[in-house]
Write a new protein. Structure first.
Length: 102
């Protein structure tokens, strides 16, 4: 299990959606077929090779995604993977996913 403290590069996105918890569960279940994931209540965690995505469904109004990785290249890859999957699951919504590094 990757410790986010040991992953020096991070970014976050806050995605407005009334289906935040549904997408959190759907992402964790989807990735859970191949890599370690966990979720309970309004929180989830996806452990990628070389990085982690932590998810938080904020009162059903927004999904907060926090990605951490060991390099800028890996972080960009993980942002893209999470971004594409979330948009695929939310095809009926037009989501605005803007990653902020820091």
């Amino acid at each position: 299990m990757a410790d986010t403290a040991s992953l020096p590069i991070a970014s976050q996105a806050r995605v407005s959606t009334p289906k935040a918890r549904n997408y959190l569960i759907q992402l964790c279940k989807h990735f859970g077929h191949k890599i370690p994931t966990s979720f309970a209540d309004n929180k989830g965690r996806i452990e990628f090779d070389g990085g982690v995505c932590e998810l938080n469904a904020d009162d059903e109004s927004a999904l907060v995604l926090a990605v951490s990785a060991g390099s800028a290249d890996k972080l960009a890859t993980l942002e893209d993977v999470v971004d594409r999957h979330l948009k695929r699951f939310a095809f009926k919504e037009e989501l605005n996913i803007a990653w902020v590094r820091g």
